[in-house]
Ligand binder design. Structure first.
Ligand code: HEM
Length: 138
């Protein structure tokens, strides 16, 4: 299909709408929502949208932190990473994003798993360690 993935997803407005809906879904998911207990949501939304926009070929520049630094001391398990991806797919389904576009997006995200996961375990719903330091507000 023609056009960048960014264009096929519907541009910045569509990516922002998907991101907000994804955050709402994650917030209700007890398997991973504890990790977001101390997070500044405005920052998270902006950085996630910029990262997706840039990564899919859109006209944005990601200025957030790298994935390793961002997720340091969060104690994310491999099981929790998989839940995060499951929630993302469910959100993309809600927005009727096509299978080809979903696969392209997931292929971009899966390789980040080793930078984000700190605990090699299928366990989910693990608490946010007190050592975690959230990023500054925007
Ligand atoms: C490929 C998968 C993922 C991507 C692309 C991603 C991307 C990001 C980005 C761009 C940020 C903001 C960076 C910044 O503040 O500078 C962020 C923050 C965050 N991510 Fe992820 N993330 C992923 C997986 C996960 C998973 C699996 C969890 C937990 C289950 C998680 C929990 C968080 C939390 C809690 C924050 C906020 C950190 C803070 O408060 O400073 N992320 N992520």
């Amino acid at each position: 299909m023609d056009g960048s993935l960014y264009e096929r997803l519907g541009g910045t407005d569509a990516i922002t709408a998907v991101t907000r809906a994804f955050e709402d879904r994650v917030a209700k998911d007890d398997r991973i929502n504890q990790k977001f207990a101390r997070t500044n949501l405005d920052r998270l939304t902006k950085e996630f949208v910029d990262q997706m926009c840039q990564g899919t070929g859109g006209p944005c520049t990601y200025t957030g932190r790298d994935m390793k630094e961002t997720h340091t001391n969060m104690g994310v398990t491999s099981g929790e990473f998989d839940v995060f991806m499951e929630d993302l797919v469910a959100t993309l389904d809600d927005f009727k994003v096509g299978k080809a576009e979903q696969d392209e997006l997931l292929n971009m995200l899966w390789p980040m798993k080793p930078e984000i996961v700190e605990v090699d375990s299928p366990q989910v719903g693990t608490p946010l360690p007190s050592a975690f330091v959230p990023g500054p507000a925007l």
